[in-house]
Design a protein around this ligand. Sequence first.
Ligand SMILES: [Zn+2]
Length: 586
Amino acid sequence: MAGAAIAYEVRLADLHAHLFSVTLTIQRPVALQLLSLPVWIPGSYLVREFARNLQQLQANQGGKMLAIKQLDKCSWQIQCTAGKPLVLSYQIYAFDSSVRTAWLDATRGFFNGTSMFLRVAGQENVAHALNLLADRHLPDWHAATGLTPKKINRRGFGSYLAADYDELVDSPVELGPFWSGSFMACGVPHRFVVAGAPPGFDGKRLLADTQKICEAEIRFWHAKPPHHNYLFMLSAVDEGYGGLEHRNSTALICRRKDLPRLTPDTSADEKKALEGYTTLLGLISHEYFHTWNVKRLRPAEFARFDYANENYTELLWFFEGFTSYYDDLLLHRSGLIDQTTYLALLCKTINQVLQTPGREIQSVAQASFDAWVKYYRQDENTANATISYYTKGSLVALCLDLTLRQQGKTSLDAVMRGLWLRCQGGPMTEADLLGVLAELSGRAFNKELARWVHSSTELPLKALLERQGVSVQQEPAGLAQRLGLRVNESTGIQIKGVLRGSAAEQAGFAAGDEWLALNRGAGKQASSWRLSKLDDVLLYAGTANKFDVLVARDKRILKLALKLPAPATRWCLALRDKKLVGQWLN
Ligand SMILES: [Zn+2]
């Protein structure tokens, strides 16, 4: 926008080369102006080095090209003079279909500001303007963003304004011929855009269900929401899943198959589709809950982001874990899933945690702090050495909620609202949580948090659930769990992970092996069997519980002696007392 101290202009330079072109005008630069591009995007705790996609940086002042000195991997110094308008131009390569960076091709465009916009040192807190240029060859393309429009056309192209750099880069932009719908929730306008939706997509149903979730969450926190409008940007793809929260918008990815459909399939497919759609609603619920829990109420360490380095906090178990606890719970409270479905989803989370040996090694506070090098850099050892602050964090929330409710004085809902008031919807510490817990429950929770959050001892899930009317039962688990293997069976049996202390580990299986065959019996009774699925193992082993197996590793065939352990079980939750469960869930 003409006149703004800092103004960016974005053009779709080349769809097939996946290049955006960015022009940045700084009205009043300092001499030797410094510029830098973030190395990470808030909400996704990994150094991603966005500068790797920036190219052809040029600087110009009064029509004269200037020398540029690169200082490190993500910052530059411009040999300019002070006070006269400085114009930077560069291109951004955009070919990552995730919600974290940028994408451009002939079907769609999307970007996060952290991938696109150089930060002007010393002027981070002034208003930043963004001009989105329409392409005359793409008359059916629209633009959508959570930024405040200043002068835009009916397709959304034109100029927008952000109060500062943080707001600019916290407002991703969706571009393309997307589906669009809108609704009001508690008086706040909400828009939902979907890229890549198939023709059979039931947009009306998605809007109606999302509206229920938004209203339940606004009412959960307080009557008046902290945002004046909200935008959901969903990219529907063949395979993919994920979301990233922003202050008044979110970017989501789901499978096309998981979108609600105008024409239901056969009953078996319909059940699967419904499960997939429930997963999508859970994602919507999760990201919208973050509008309060992490975008505003946030770790004290995130009071100001350092875009050039890792930002460490021990509190992701609270911000991701508690958000995960409430995402499905609020689907139930919105009337979108019943008690039985809720318990099935909860049980899935419990089994995930119980089947992760790393829960005995790492606390959720450590997992939070180490997210940058562990959770976001998963490998074959992840399950053995780490625990997810999402899943176990959500079970910490469950334990707190049930403990508070069974004491009869308060609930976690009231604690969340109490925290919001105490911290005025801003930075918080663990001491704030302890303070609100003590205030509302009348007793200290230091011991519980020390055990549940800062140590790796087991959570008292069973006792708390049974006291709340849920019966905890055991059901047979599959062979993978019995053996302690994580496998991929799309082409043969590929070993992805070997769990600590398992029969598979004792036999000598390793990640990367392909499990080829099983030999059983001896002498004349000996027989060898080629395996293609894990289920084949029990078929060919018969009653034998000790046999040799063949695996391929680095082109060698290795013979391992496998001893089948006793059958494994997993948790199964059943509704015992509908009324008691209702007091908790409703
Ligand atoms: Zn989250």
